[in-house]
Unconditional design. Structure first.
Length: 530
């Protein structure tokens, strides 16, 4: 190749060409165009450089087809923004940038089997958007962006969103089954599902992807998945069950949803894919229902699994503790206490087992035994928020309100974002006779959780005790709006209306209360909390 001004001369010759080299001339419009062409063309063209040029052409064509198939990537950046926004709000709410406040994460929707499996199945979904600290968030968002943009273009935004949610739920379900005593959160299960779906596309639709890109993507995706899973098994506290569950869920959805990049062919067999996707979704929601309802088959499986684990290692304190969780889920309190006894005997410093056994004693009404367990847990870990909170509630049940206030003070110092701690301290102040401080605590509980019917109902009773019947009626009405079947709220409002002279309204409320609970008058007179 030679250049003279705006003219470029080329000579080409192939080995099989017997006639000699062929000459070409390129006339550029300007000197700048000629210089650009000269830079782009190699001085000597080889088979390797021709192959490189062809690969670049294929990659440009692949990029064009990707953008034609999915012109705009919207789900990936939206998911990143949602995750970051939730993290920032939680940091300001008391979670901090290190994410060490587990109590706050549980209240915000982390996946915790004792709650998830007892009516709070929504945690399977909400936990996917919570992260334990800034590093956890950054690593997950980096991984999501790295694979999400390409995967969303390959599958389309709607299918990609379905893959993400399906994989996230699948990861949460497996996590609940595998780690029934772990507080779990994070988008990693859903992100593993994204990588699983990407891997499936690279295998199932390899003809849609240039050979060079296919090789590079397949190798990098496999490397990420294998490395991350191995690291997860080695790292203490890592929820690899969610990773595996999410990855399998993403692969299954990928098999259903993978379509050619050509826009005409992407509409092939939509009915078949819809039927299979519906079956997968039905299977997932059935699994979620089984996991989140007591006395289900999964609980029985867990009991057998933990029994096998204990049989193989009779000194495994954690195995006994996890089986205790399963027994409690079945309502077998005595056997749950027995397993916690064994766990504590094997590991006398197992503070979580001490706290949980104390809760079971409290459920049984044995508050002295419960307080002994909380005492021991606090001696072992003076910063164990739950033990202070639970001991405060046990003292409250025993009528030792001064001790209850002390423990709940400490619980609130350790975690000032817990509305239940403020509500229970308010009850203690109410019973001591300090109505003003009780109302302050109920106010704070309602600020932290505006839908706390318990705190609003307790505040209503305190206002009534002070003689402020108008405010009491407003709070009782708000309580009934949140909990229409609250007999105490109906009865309390009736009593307040009677004090105000509204006999007709009072009789209607008291009749409604007695229709819900026949002995509501006795409960109200005892001062039972809402």
């Amino acid at each position: 190749m030679e250049r003279a001004g705006r003219t470029i001369e080329l000579q080409t010759k192939h080995r099989s060409d017997k006639t000699g080299p062929r000459s070409y001339q390129i006339e550029a419009e300007t000197d700048e165009d000629a210089a650009a062409i000269e830079t782009a063309l190699p001085a000597v063209t080889t088979a390797e450089s021709i192959r490189a040029i062809e690969e670049r052409r294929e990659l440009r064509e692949f990029d064009k087809r990707l953008r034609r198939a999915t012109p705009h990537v919207v789900i990936t950046p939206t998911l990143i923004c949602i995750n970051v926004a939730i993290f920032v709000v939680m940091a300001f709410a008391g979670g901090g940038i290190l994410g060490s406040n587990l109590g706050l994460y549980v209240r915000w929707g982390a996946d915790f089997a004792p709650l998830t499996t007892h009516g709070e199945s929504w945690r399977l979904f909400t936990s996917v958007f919570l992260h334990f600290g800034i590093l956890h968030l950054l690593l997950n968002m980096w991984a999501l962006y790295g694979a999400g943009v390409l995967t969303e273009r390959l599958y389309g935004s709607i299918c990609f969103g379905g893959i993400y949610v399906f994989a996230g739920l699948a990861g949460s379900i497996v996590s609940v089954i595998w780690h029934p005593s772990m507080v779990s959160a994070g988008a990693s299960g859903a992100i593993f599902g994204v990588y699983g779906a990407l891997l499936i596309y690279l295998v199932a639709r390899h003809e849609s992807i240039p050979r060079k890109a296919l090789s590079d993507l397949r190798n990098s995706t496999l490397w990420f998945v294998v490395y991350a899973l191995i690291s997860g098994f080695q790292a203490e506290g890592s929820d690899n069950a969610a990773h595996v569950g999410g990855f399998v869920g993403g692969c299954l959805q990928g098999l259903v949803s993978a379509r050619p990049l050509d826009r005409r062919r992407r509409s092939e067999s939509p009915r078949r894919r819809l039927v299979v996707a519906t079956l997968l979704a039905s299977t997932l929601f059935t699994a979620a229902w089984l996991v989140t309802h007591p006395l289900h088959a999964v609980t029985r499986f867990l009991l057998h699994d933990f029994a096998a684990r204990i049989w193989s290692d009779p000194t495994d304190a954690r195995g006994f503790a996890m089986r205790a969780v399963a027994f409690k889920k079945q309502g077998d309190i005595e056997r749950a206490i027995h397993d916690y006894d064994e766990a504590i005997r094997l590991d006398p410093q197992y503070v979580v087992a001490l706290n949980n056994r104390g809760n079971l004693f409290g459920d049984r009404g044995d508050y002295d035994s419960a307080i002994r367990d909380y005492d021991q847990a606090i001696r072992l870990d003076p910063s164990f928020t739950n033990a202070f909170y639970n001991r405060g509630r046990a003292y409250l049940q025993k009528g030792n309100n001064d001790e209850a206030v002390k423990d709940l003070d400490r619980s609130i110092q350790l975690d000032p974002t817990d509305p239940d701690a403020f509500n229970n301290r308010g009850l203690a102040h109410q019973r001591i006779g300090d109505a003003d401080r009780a109302i302050q605590d109920f106010d704070q509980a309602v600020r932290l959780n505006p839908r706390s019917a318990q705190a609003i109902g307790n505040r209503a009773r305190t206002y009534a005790n002070k003689g402020d019947y108008e405010q009491a009626i407003q709070d009782y009405t708000a309580t009934i709006r949140l909990a229409p079947r609250s007999a105490l709220a109906h009865y309390g409002r009736g009593v307040a209306k009677m004090k105000k002279g509204d006999t007709e309204g009072a009789n209607a409320d008291i009749a409604a209360a007695r229709a819900i609970t026949a002995d509501v008058a006795e409960e109200f007179a005892r001062g039972d909390p809402f």
